[in-house]
Design a protein around this ligand. Structure first.
Ligand code: SAH
Length: 347
């Protein structure tokens, strides 16, 4: 089967020569045939030189590159990519660890697989496709993961219904691609969490904050801690592990508060140091008195797109200014933004 050829406009090969993994729709000059969303295409320069192979998608990012080499994109190709990703996690001490069995197994562009996130939850892999191309090959990749991971992989759950582009003409339904498993308990640096990948936020858990939670443990000894936007409570029980005197967890979602209480109990049964409050962060921080000397602010993205930048910056300012005002002298503030459009300098 010959794959369609996409010819770029003159000069548009430059970013590919630097291995940038995306091609924007404006860079395309012409295509050899009508393209179907999610299919593989060969990308060539205006002089018809081979550049890369990628998944085509309708939208401003038109092609996500999977190979800069002219090779067959077959099972062996994907197996090699997955193996490299696994080897990296093994080298980092994550794969096979007794202490931490929750981590990101495949991280999109970082693992040469744009459009794909796979998170590992103590035997269950949660597959999240952000591109139609990666959605089409979900069963194939699940089988390959099983082949590579053997008994350490029990199930692969596809959770792509909210992450696929809305223009795509597919009706994704979440479900197991392989095996099955219920909500489970995972470990991060020896502490435990209940994780529900089916009902929970994102793929079930905010894995990206692992090292920061560990850092909070380090700073918590003897401190009174406020964990704002706590979700499943990780920062709270790392603070408790670190010897905090008192820990308050706040989230506007009652479900998150329930989860936090469950997780605290899982790690520190009947420990009176912790209390959780279902409340709006802005109200809570306005009304609290200066009773904390370690505050964590980990809100959801206030700006999900450029248009929301100004009000988002205002909200970050209000929130952080209040925390500066209210934190005790000598206190430590952990503050985060996950808004892609907010630069580090602006923050
Ligand atoms: N710190 C968490 C992740 C936070 S995710 C962790 O380590 O896992 C952001 C959380 O903020 C969500 O649980 C969401 O329910 C909560 N949230 C969103 N808006 C809020 C508000 N105005 N006040 C309090 N919590 C809010």
């Amino acid at each position: 089967m010959t794959i369609p050829i996409v010819t770029l406009k003159p000069g548009k090969e430059q970013s590919l020569n630097r291995f940038h993994p995306w091609i924007f729709s404006g860079a395309i000059n012409f295509v050899s045939q009508e393209l179907e969303e999610g299919e593989l295409v060969r990308v060539v320069s205006s002089k018809q030189d081979f550049l890369a192979i990628g998944h085509y998608q309708i939208g401003s990012i038109a092609i996500r590159i999977v190979s800069f080499e002219d090779v067959a994109i077959d099972a062996a190709f994907w197996e090699k990519k997955l193996l490299e990703a696994l080897n990296l996690r093994r080298a980092l001490g994550l794969l096979g660890s007794e202490q931490t069995n929750v981590f990101r197994l495949i991280h999109g562009e970082g693992d040469g697989m744009p459009g794909l996130i796979v998170d590992f939850y103590n035997g269950t892999a949660v597959y999240q496709a952000h591109s139609v191309g990666m959605y089409h090959i979900r069963y194939e990749l699940a089988e390959l993961l099983k082949k590579l991971m053997g008994d350490s992989l029990i199930a692969v759950y596809d959770k792509s219904d909210k992450t696929l582009p809305f223009k795509a003409d597919i009706q994704p339904e979440n479900g197991y691609l392989l095996g099955s498993s219920g909500p489970g308990v995972v470990k991060e640096y020896g502490l435990s969490y209940h994780v529900d990948w089916i009902e929970g936020q994102k793929t079930g858990f905010f894995i990206d904050q692992r090292e920061n939670r560990k850092l909070v443990e380090h700073f918590s000894k003897g401190r009174d801690v406020l964990n704002m936007f706590c979700y499943s409570g990780g920062f709270s029980f790392f603070a408790m592990q670190g010897g905090a005197k008192l820990v308050h967890s706040v989230d506007s979602s009652a479900k998150a508060i329930e989860l936090t209480n469950q997780n605290v109990a899982l790690n520190f049964k009947d420990d009176q140091r912790h209390e959780a409050f279902a409340a709006d962060a802005f109200d809570f921080i306005r009304d609290m008195k200066n009773c904390y000397d370690l505050i964590i602010l980990d809100p959801p993205a206030f700006a999900k797109h450029r248009g929301a930048l100004r009000p988002a910056l205002q909200a970050y300012k209000r929130l952080n200014a209040k925390a500066f005002e209210q934190i005790r002298s000598g206190g430590v503030l952990f503050t985060f933004s996950c808004s892609q459009v907010v630069s580090k300098d602006q923050f």
